[in-house]
Design a protein around this ligand. Structure first.
Ligand SMILES: Cc1cc2nc3c(=O)[nH]c(=O)nc-3n(C[C@H](O)[C@H](O)[C@H](O)COP(=O)(O)OP(=O)(O)OC[C@H]3O[C@@H](n4cnc5c(N)ncnc54)[C@H](O)[C@@H]3O)c2cc1C
Ligand code: SF4
Ligand code: SF4
Length: 955
C-alpha cells in the first residue's frame, strides 16, 4: 500500500502459545511479517483503548485490504481463534480490546468517494470522522454522526458503536444515514449491499443466516407488545445491546443485516466500507447560554425546545458549572450562581442569517414562560459563541485534570425519557453523593434525554471497586426499572454494560440478541465477551491499572485524541502509547512483578518511545488535559545524560560560535562533494557511510543546505524612524539554500530586502556568532546548557531592543516559540509573517502570482496561533495556496531528522499525494523542516520570506 512505512518490530512471533504460533504462521503466508506484532511492548501499546479495562492481545495484525481481512477471518474460523477489530481505540466501554488477535486498521483504510451531487459519501473504516467532514465541507455537507471524539475516532468505530453527539440525535446517526455497506463475515464471505448481484449471491450462499434473520424478524413482529416497546425505546438514544429495531424497520434480510451492523461493536462482521447519506452543514449559527434556578426549569425548557428550531441543547448541572468556573476565559457570573442552578447551551443553525434571527425569535417565544436567571442573549459571532461552547467542552477535561493521581475518570452515558429528565438527573446526583463521588458532574445532550455523569473512582483498590460496583448496580436498576431508559446512549455496550443488557431489554428481547449473534458468528469468534456476556462480573474485571509515572503525564485519561497528530504514529508509538508504556514500566518497577519484562519494556522504549519523539508538543494542542508528551521525552533524555554527553554539551554551549563554524564547514564540504559527484552517487555514498556507522552519521540528501559564510551583520539605518531588531537564528546563520533551491540567496537576505522596502532601520544583536535560544540543547534534555544560552540571548535582545521598545524578529519558528515561552514578556517577539501583516502592510505593494504553492505550517506556528497569519500572507502572494490536510508535524524535529530520517519520512508520507500536480514550490518558516519537506514532496521548500520578497515592491 502506498504511503506506508514499515514499522520496526521489537520481537519475532515464534514464542507464542501453540495455537497462536500456528495462526501466526498461517497469516504470514499473505501478510508481510512487518505488519504482525507479538512483542510485549507492541501488544501493550496497541492493546490500549480509552476505556478503564485492559486486555493484552497475543497478536496484533495490521490488515490493509478486504482480501487480507477475509483470509484472516477464514484462518481464524479454521483455527477457532477470536479476533477483535480496532480503528482509533477511543471506545469507552471496553469493546475495542482483545486477549487474542487484534486487527488494527488505523493508519490504513483511508479511501473515500463522494457522489457527484455530494448526497452521499463512501468511506473506508480508517477515515477519521473529522477528515470525512473536511472532504465534504466544500459541498456544504457533513456526515450525520457527530461524536465529541470526531477529530480522533474513525468511521469503523463510529458505525460499529453507533456513535453520536450533540446535534445528530436519533435522526442523523449512522443507523438513519447508512445507505449501503461492504461487509466481510466470519467465514470470509463478502457482501456489497449496494450490489443486487452480491445480495442475491449472498442469500444463496448463506441460507442459514438469512433463514435465522427472517425467523427472528417474523417472531419479533408477531410479538406486538415487544415490537412496540422496541420502536419506543429507539426514539431516544440507545446503544445497549444490538439495534433490534432493524427487524421492525426493514423487511429484506440483507437490509436488516446491514442495519444490525450499526452498533454491533465488531461482534457480527467486518465493515470494509460504508456509504452514508450526507447531511447539510448550515453555515449560519447562533448559541445562547440559558441559566435557570434549578434543573427542573432547565429540563422544562428543554422539553419545549424539542419542538423548536434547535440543533443542540446541552444541559449542565451546578457541579458541572462549578468545575470550570475558575478556568481562564470563563464568565465571572458562573461563580455567583445559586447552589441549585443549571444551564442549557442552545444552538440554532440555518442557511441564512435572516433565518437564524427568525429561529431565535421562535426559540425565545417557546420558552418565554420559563424564568431564567439572566435575560437570554444569543451570540452569532464565532469568537463569542465559541466561548460558550468552551464551557461545555471544558467539563470532562476539568474533572479528568483535577482528579487524584491513580484514579480513573469514568464517563457514563444513560438516557431518560425526555419528560422525566430532571427527575433522573437529580437521582443520579444523589446516587453519586451517596456512593462517595461528590466531585461527580452531570451534563449531556438534553434534547435526547442523554446524560453523561462523570466521576473518578480509584479502581486500583478493592474497596473502591466495590463502591463503584454498588453505584453502577443502583444506577442500572434505576434507569431500567424506574424510567425504562437506556444504559448506554452513545458509547456502546462493550464489556461495561454487557451484564445489564438483559436487565434493560428483558428476557425475550435479549434472547433474540443472543440468537442473532449466534446466527452471524456461531463459534463466538468476533469480539467475544462484548455486548453478549454470561459473566455477571465482567464489568469489574480486567480493570486497567493507573499507576503514577510522571507528574507531566499522570493526568492522562488514555483517550487517544493525541494519536492522529503525532508524527511517529506510523513507525513507532503515539503519545498515548508512550504514556501507557511508561505507566507499565512504573507499575512493574514498584511491584517487581516481572523485572525481566520491565527491563525489556525499558529497552524497547528507548527507540520506540524516546528516540523517535519529535518533542514538537503538538500532542498538547489536542489533548483534553493539555499533556505535552514531548516534555516527558525531554525529561527522560535529561535523565539519560551521561557524564561525557554533559561535558560535550557544556563545551558546545560554551564554544557555540566554534560549533556553528564547524557545521558550516561540514555543509560546505558536503556541497562541494555533491557538485563533484552528482546527486545519485552522493546519495548512495551517504547511505553507505550511514550504514557503516550504525546509523550514527546523519543521512545526507540532495536538499541539504549549503554551509554559508557568516557575514558581519552591521546595523542598517534608513532614518525613517522605524526600528526593528533582527535576530537571524543560528540555523539561518549556518544553513543556506540547497543546491536545487530556486532562490539562491540566504534567507536573511530575503528578509532584509523586505525590511529595506519597508524603510526599517535594522538592529542586530552583538556577539551574534554565538547567540542561540537554547532549543537544540533543550530538546536533547540539556536544560542547564539551554538556559545558559537562552539567558545570554534574552539579555542581548533586551539591551538592543531598548527593553522591549523595538520589535524583534526571528524567522525560525521553533526558535521564536522557545523565546516566547522563556523570555521577558515585554520583548515584542515576531515571526516575519506576523510582523509583515501587522506592521508592513502600509509600505509594501503585493503582486499576487498566478501560481499554486504549498504552505507548511510548522508545529511551533500552530502552538503560537500563527497558522492563519501564514495562510493570509501566502494568499496575498499566490493565486492558490495548498495546506495539505493531515500533515501536522513534519517530524524533522530540529536535527533529529538527520539521525532518524524514518520519522520525517513517516510524518510526511502523504505529502506528495496531497499536493496539486501544478504545485511549483512550498514555503514554510523553519529551515530544517524545509529540508524534509523538499525531500518528501519533490518540490523545493523555502522560507516564506522569499515568497513575500518576490511578490512585493515599495508602496
Ligand atoms: C473523551 C471522549 C469523548 C467521547 N465522546 C463521544 C461522543 O460524544 N459520542 C459517542 O458516541 N462516543 C463518544 N466517545 C466514544 C468513542 O470515541 C466513539 O464511540 C467512537 O466512535 C469510537 O470510534 P473508534 O474509531 O475509536 O473505534 P474503536 O474504539 O477502535 O472501535 C469501536 C468498536 O468498533 C468496532 N470496529 C471498529 N472498526 C470496525 C470495522 N471495520 N468493522 C466492524 N467493527 C469495527 C471495534 O471492534 C469496537 O468494538 C468518546 C470517547 C472519548 C474518549
Ligand atoms: S495524552 Fe492527552 S490526548 Fe493523549 S491519551 Fe492522554 S489524555 Fe488523551
Ligand atoms: S511531542 Fe510530537 S512526537 Fe512526541 S509524542 Fe507529542 S506529538 Fe508525538
Amino acid at each position: 500500500m502506498k504511503g506506508h512505512i514499515s514499522m520496526k518490530k521489537t520481537t519475532d512471533c515464534n514464542k507464542l502459545p501453540k495455537k497462536y504460533n500456528e495462526f501466526y504462521h498461517a497469516i504470514r503466508q499473505f501478510i508481510d511479517d512487518s505488519r504482525i506484532f507479538c512483542g510485549p511492548f507492541e501488544t501493550l501499546q496497541y492493546g490500549v483503548d480509552a476505556s478503564f479495562y485492559r486486555l493484552l492481545p497475543k497478536i496484533v495484525v495490521k490488515a490493509w485490504t478486504p482480501e487480507e481481512v477475509s483470509k484472516i477471518l477464514k484462518v481464524a474460523t479454521g483455527m477457532q481463534v477470536p479476533v477483535t477489530f480496532r480503528t482509533a481505540g477511543t471506545s469507552l466501554s471496553g469493546q475495542a480490546l482483545s486477549d487474542s488477535v487484534l486487527i488494527y486498521l488505523a493508519g490504513a483504510w483511508r479511501g473515500y468517494k463522494i457522489a457527484d451531487d455530494a448526497s452521499s459519501i463512501s468511506l473506508e473504516p480508517g477515515v477519521i470522522g473529522a477528515t470525512a467532514n473536511y472532504y465534504l465541507a466544500p459541498f456544504g455537507k457533513k456526515i450525520g454522526p457527530d461524536p465529541a471524539s470526531i477529530n480522533a475516532c474513525m468511521i469503523g468505530g463510529i458505525a460499529a458503536n453507533n456513535a453520536s453527539g450533540m446535534c445528530c440525535g436519533t435522526a442523523e446517526n449512522s443507523y438513519k444515514t447508512v445507505e449501503s455497506m461492504k461487509l466481510i463475515f466470519v467465514d470470509g464471505a463478502q457482501l456489497d449491499t449496494a450490489d443486487p448481484t452480491s445480495r442475491e449471491r449472498f442469500k444463496e450462499s448463506h441460507k442459514d443466516l438469512i433463514r435465522d434473520i427472517s425467523g427472528i424478524r417474523d417472531e419479533l413482529r408477531a410479538d406486538t407488545a415487544l415490537a412496540k416497546r422496541i420502536s419506543q425505546k429507539f426514539k431516544i438514544k440507545n446503544t445497549t445491546g444490538y439495534g433490534i429495531n432493524s427487524f421492525i424497520d426493514y423487511d429484506d434480510p440483507i437490509d436488516i443485516i446491514m442495519h444490525l451492523m450499526i452498533g454491533s461493536e465488531g461482534t457480527l462482521a467486518f465493515i470494509s466500507e460504508i456509504t452514508y447519506r450526507t447531511v447539510v452543514e448550515h453555515p449560519h449559527k447562533a448559541s445562547a447560554l440559558m441559566i435557570f434556578e434549578n434543573l427542573q426549569l432547565a429540563c422544562r425548557a428543554t422539553v419545549k425546545l424539542k419542538q423548536g428550531p434547535v440543533s443542540a441543547v446541552e444541559l449542565m448541572d451546578r457541579p458541572s458549572l462549578r468545575s470550570v468556573e475558575d478556568k481562564p476565559g470563563m464568565p465571572s457570573f458562573l461563580k455567583e450562581l445559586g447552589k441549585d442552578a443549571a444551564a442549557i447551551l442552545v444552538e440554532t443553525r440555518a442557511a441564512s442569517k435572516a433565518l437564524v434571527l427568525q429561529q431565535i425569535e421562535k426559540i425565545n417565544s417557546l420558552i418565554s414562560d420559563i424564568p431564567t436567571v439572566f435575560p437570554i442573549t444569543f451570540m452569532d459571532q464565532a469568537a463569542d459563541y465559541n466561548k460558550l461552547w468552551n464551557i461545555r467542552k471544558g467539563l470532562f477535561p476539568s474533572v479528568g485534570g483535577a482528579r487524584k493521581i491513580g484514579t480513573t475518570v469514568v464517563i457514563e452515558d444513560v438516557v431518560f425519557p425526555l419528560d422525566r429528565l430532571a427527575e433522573g438527573a437529580m437521582e443520579l446526583q444523589s446516587m453519586m453523593n451517596k456512593h462517595g463521588y461528590p466531585e461527580g458532574i452531570i451534563f449531556g445532550h438534553a434534547l435526547e434525554g442523554n446524560l453523561h455523569f462523570v466521576f473518578c473512582p480509584d479502581l486500583n483498590d478493592q474497596d473502591s471497586v466495590k463502591r463503584y460496583q454498588a453505584l453502577v448496580d443502583e444506577v442500572c436498576e434505576m434507569v431500567t426499572k424506574k424510567y425504562d431508559g437506556s444504559l448506554k446512549g452513545e458509547h456502546g455496550t462493550g464489556r461495561n454494560m454487557a451484564p445489564f443488557v438483559e436487565m434493560e431489554w428483558g428476557k425475550q428481547a435479549y434472547s433474540y440478541m443472543k440468537r442473532l449473534k449466534k446466527a452471524f458468528d456461531p463459534d463466538n469468534l468476533l469480539n467475544p465477551g462484548v455486548i453478549i456476556n454470561d459473566n455477571p462480573h465482567v464489568y469489574i474485571e480486567n480493570l486497567k491499572p493507573m499507576p503514577a509515572t510522571h507528574e507531566l503525564v499522570d493526568k492522562c485519561i488514555e483517550c487517544g485524541f493525541c494519536e492522529p497528530i503525532c508524527p511517529s504514529k506510523n513507525i513507532t508509538t503515539t503519545p498515548r502509547q508512550r504514556i501507557v508504556a511508561q505507566r507499565e514500566i512504573s507499575r512493574l518497577g514498584s511491584t517487581h512483578e516481572n523485572d525481566e519484562l520491565m527491563k525489556r519494556l525499558m529497552g524497547d522504549y528507548s527507540y520506540f518511545g524516546e528516540q523517535t519523539c519529535a518533542t514538537d508538543g503538538l500532542c498538547a494542542t489536542v489533548c483534553p488535559v493539555s499533556i505535552n508528551t514531548g516534555d516527558l521525552t525531554k525529561q527522560i533524555r535529561s535523565k539519560q545524560r551521561t557524564d561525557i554527553g554533559t561535558s560535550v554539551a557544556g563545551w558546545c554551549a560554551e564554544h557555540y560560535g566554534t560549533v556553528l563554524a564547524l557545521v558550516r564547514t561540514g555543509l560546505r564540504i558536503a556541497n562541494t562533494a555533491h557538485t563533484l559527484l552528482g546527486t545519485a552517487l552522493m546519495e548512495s555514498i551517504a547511505k553507505g557511510l550511514r550504514k557503516l556507522s550504525g546509523n550514527r552519521i546523519p543521512l545526507w540528501n540532495k536538499w541539504m543546505p549549503k554551509g554559508i559564510t557568516l557575514p558581519k551583520f552591521k546595523n542598517i539605518t534608513k532614518g525613517l524612524g522605524r526600528k526593528v531588531v533582527y535576530f537571524p537564528s543560528c540555523i539561518v546563520r549556518t544553513m543556506g539554500p540547497a543546491k536545487s533551491d530556486p532562490d539562491q540567496r540566504k534567507s536573511y537576505e530575503a528578509l532584509l530586502s523586505i525590511l529595506d522596502k519597508a524603510g526599517y532601520d535594522v538592529i542586530f544583536p552583538r556577539n551574534m556568532e554565538r547567540l542561540c535560544c537554547g532549543m537544540p540543547f533543550e530538546s536533547k534534555g540539556y536544560f542547564e546548557q539551554a538556559d545558559t544560552l537562552s539567558k545570554e540571548l534574552e539579555a542581548e535582545l533586551r539591551s538592543c531592543s531598548n527593553n522591549g521598545e523595538f520589535p524583534i524578529i526571528c524567522e525560525t519558528s521553533p526558535c521564536l516559540y522557545t523565546m516566547k515561552k522563556k523570555f521577558d514578556p515585554r520583548l515584542k517577539l515576531y515571526q516575519p509573517a506576523e510582523f509583515i501583516l501587522d506592521r508592513l502592510m502600509d509600505s509594501l505593494e503585493f503582486k499576487k502570482k498566478d501560481e499554486t504553492i504549498a504552505l507548511h505550517v510548522t508545529c511551533s506556528s500552530v502552538k503560537m496561533g500563527d497558522a492563519d497569519k501564514l495562510r493570509i500572507l501566502a494568499e496575498k502572494c499566490a493565486a492558490k495556496v495548498v495546506i495539505p490536510h493531515g500533515i501536522a508535524c513534519c517530524g524533522f524535529a530540529g536535527d533529529r531528522g538527520f539521525s532518524f530520517p524514518e520519522l520525517n519520512e513517516s510524518a510526511l508520507a502523504g505529502l506528495k499525494a496531497a499536493l496539486l500536480p501544478d504545485t511549483r514550490a512550498g514555503f514554510s518558516n523553519s529551515r530544517t523542516c524545509e529540508i524534509g519537506l523538499s525531500l518528501h514532496s519533490g518540490r523545493p521548500y523555502q522560507s516564506i520570506v522569499y515568497l513575500v520578497d518576490k511578490c512585493t515592491g515599495r508602496k
